[in-house]
Design a protein around this ligand. Structure first.
Ligand code: FAD
Length: 322
């Protein structure tokens, strides 16, 4: 088995999800694992990538690759897969990675299994694990041809850095197809935020309609800050304009699986549940003892969040200060 992992970066920061996929690939135990970095000024990140289990890091560096566009990355990956003879290509889900994986599948006439949460070697074959029926079962999925492409759900694997030797770095000559030069990024807006993104966070504090008003999201933000986490939201509050869509969790938002998910004033509708139920530990604070969220929480607190959350945040800050 020869595996290639697409490692995504934003600026100088490697995306934790793709490092998690790389760490996982390194534990599959068959053959060397290579990573590919694509962008402008990415060579400096190669050594760091190696610590997550890549024996070889392909570096495609070119100013034309600076805008985060998928087609140019499909060109680079198709070349690396063909020249290097890789039979398996793995991606961590993101808006960009999903586009690249789909484009690469079309370019190489390859099968892509998406929304996987795990992959194992079983009887000498690679088997992907894909949640189905609103995440109530895991289905085994495979590939009938090579290369095998897979896209993993955010938070599926921990990114574990090891010692990592000096990686073998291979520069990739960048030759873009004519059609890959067609799209241009004319403007990029960066959302100002502090702390981790909800895709990367180990802790998410999510707020629902029970917060009562948009300004009360500060309760979720302060608790998230105290826990070193990110803030999520339900569709009800996003639709009401209380919080940005980027933080929506659920069927029509993001799927997350942090170590800790704290739900504040969230009823636990099925459309929200499917986006967060694979979190390690779910803590819910809700004033209604019959709220559905308590049916799938590890810890439930029945009470008024406006009384409980400020005290919880103060306690956490006090402990941190001590
Ligand atoms: C096609 C479709 C797609 C959808 N996609 C999504 C999605 O991606 N994500 C999503 O979240 N939803 C989604 N929804 C909407 C979903 O069905 C629910 O309407 C939504 O999740 C409810 O949000 P909520 O829990 O914030 O609000 P509510 O259901 O109104 O719940 C508010 C909760 O707060 C509690 N509460 C009130 N006051 C307090 C207080 N002072 N202290 C403590 N608790 C309090 C109440 O007891 C209640 O349980 C979708 C719906 C459809 C039809």
């Amino acid at each position: 088995m020869s595996t290639l992992v697409f490692v995504e970066h934003h600026g100088n920061e490697l995306q934790k999800g793709s490092l998690g996929v790389l760490s996982k690939a390194a534990t599959l135990g068959e053959g060397d694992v290579a990573a590919v970095l694509v962008g402008a000024g990415v060579k400096a990140l190669a050594s760091e990538v190696a610590t997550y289990g890549a024996a070889k890091v392909y570096v495609a560096e070119d100013a034309s690759l600076d805008p985060p566009l998928p087609q140019s990355r499909v060109d680079v990956l198709a070349k690396v897969v063909r020249d290097g003879g890789y039979d398996t290509v793995l991606f961590a889900n993101s808006v960009l990675a999903a586009d690249i994986a789909a484009g690469l599948a079309a370019r190489l006439d390859a099968g892509l299994n998406w929304d996987l949460v795990d992959v194992v070697q079983q009887d000498g074959r690679l088997v992907g694990k894909r949640p189905a029926l609103q995440d109530s079962v895991l289905v085994d999925v495979g590939w009938t041809s090579e290369p095998r492409l897979a896209l993993f759900r955010a938070g599926s694997f921990d990114a574990t850095a090891g010692a990592g030797g000096e990686p073998q770095i291979e520069d990739v000559a960048v030759e873009l197809e004519e059609h890959s030069r067609g799209a241009k990024v004319v403007d990029q807006q960066l959302e100002e935020s502090s702390g981790p993104s909800i895709e990367d966070a180990d802790v998410i504090v999510a707020g629902g309609r029970g917060l009562g008003s948009p300004d009360k999201f500060t309760l979720a933000e302060e608790l998230a800050r105290a826990l070193g986490g990110a803030v999520g939201a339900t569709r009800a509050v996003v639709d009401a304009g209380w919080y940005p869509y980027a933080s929506q969790i659920g069927q029509t938002g993001k799927t997350v699986s942090p170590k800790l998910y704290v739900a504040l004033g969230i009823s636990g509708a099925i459309q929200h549940k499917v986006g967060m139920q694979s979190s390690n530990v779910i803590v819910a604070i809700n004033k209604d003892a019959n709220a559905p969220i308590f049916e799938f929480s590890d810890l439930g607190v029945v009470g008024d969040l406006h009384e409980i959350v400020p005290k919880l945040t103060a306690l956490l800050n006090q402990r941190k200060g001590a």
